[in-house]
Design a protein around this ligand. Structure first.
Ligand SMILES: Nc1ncnc2c1ncn2[C@@H]1O[C@H](COP(=O)(O)OP(=O)(O)O)[C@@H](O)[C@H]1O
Ligand SMILES: [Mg+2]
Length: 276
């Protein structure tokens, strides 16, 4: 084989490799585009559902003869649906921030001193009307929040962590059960542990980590509650990691337990955070 033949065959080989790589890249891009479209459809579908429910309830209220009791019940349902819609919109906003900027470094949310007990009581109040639809009671064990110093955190983000876990507890708990929220401060480690537990669909041991992966939904979760994205716990984990804390899930007796551990002052003075 002459030198020109050799370099021509090498060239042909390289062209073939490049063409193959090009085709693979195109496949990946097509997949990303399909995922994006599916995601947007999911977003709009999920937002339309509570908005339609609200419209339907309001229409009920405009009927000529509505008893006070009935009106109160309908208003409670409207409140529940509004909670779902606001919660979804916040998650979608956070999700697109996370997609664009993995560490949320561009999110200039100041650190604040957050009183977790008060935050959790407010969230429990927010989700209670939704839970009543399933006769589920949300209990914040206030005296199990030993006196604790406030936790330095990005408040709206930390609030979303707990609301995602509480929302799941409401969605996946059995009818007529209780959701229990507790907190414990450890002076020795300077950290605060919040646990949220419920009784409902199984959380198999082999899925204890998977539930925090982007898009994961167990088949039991899909059966019990078909609408869902599998983003809630992924967002929660990412936010907790940015706060240098941990979030875990396990089963204890018949309870599904989610635990969030946050350092009280761990973020103090860290360069990326701007204290108020
Ligand atoms: N309280 C819970 N009990 C049992 N399984 C849960 C609970 N919370 C979450 N999971 C599991 O983790 C999965 C991921 O939750 P999440 O990210 O919030 O997505 P989604 O609620 O949209 O399914 C759920 O689909 C379910 O399989
Ligand atoms: Mg969820």
């Amino acid at each position: 084989m002459s030198a020109t033949d050799a370099s021509r065959s090498e060239l042909l080989q390289r062209t073939a490799t490049l063409e193959r790589e090009n085709a693979e890249l195109k496949d990946k891009l097509d997949q990303v585009e399909r995922d994006r479209i599916e995601y947007l459809q999911n977003v709009s579908h999920q937002l339309v559902a509570p908005l339609n429910a609200m419209k339907w309830h309001i229409e009920n209220l405009t009927e000529a003869r509505v008893s006070v009791d009935r009106a109160r019940k309908v208003l409670r349902s409207i409140y529940s649906q509004a909670t779902i819609a606001v919660h979804l919109a916040k998650n979608f906003n956070l999700m697109s921030n996370l997609e664009a900027d993995q560490a949320l470094t561009r999110l200039k949310e100041p650190l604040r001193e957050v009183e977790l007990r008060r935050l959790l009581v407010n969230l429990a109040d927010d989700f209670q009307p939704l839970a009543w639809d399933q006769e589920i009671k949300i209990v914040v064990e206030k005296d199990r929040f030993d006196d604790h110093p406030p936790v330095l955190a990005m408040k709206p983000l930390i609030s979303q962590v707990f609301s995602n876990i509480i929302e799941n507890a409401v969605k996946y708990a059995n009818h007529g059960t209780m959701i229990v929220i507790e907190g414990k401060y450890s002076g020795a480690s300077g950290s605060f542990l919040v646990s949220i537990r419920n009784r409902g669909i199984d959380l198999p041991t082999e899925h204890e980590q998977d539930v925090f992966n982007r898009g994961f939904r167990s088949s039991e979760a899909k059966r019990k509650y078909p609408a869902g994205t599998g983003f809630g716990l992924y967002i929660a984990r990412r936010i907790v990691e940015i706060h240098e804390g941990t979030v875990t899930a396990h089963t204890q007796d018949t309870w599904t337990v989610f635990e969030v551990n946050l350092s009280v002052e761990g973020l103090k003075g860290k360069a990326r955070f701007r204290a108020v």
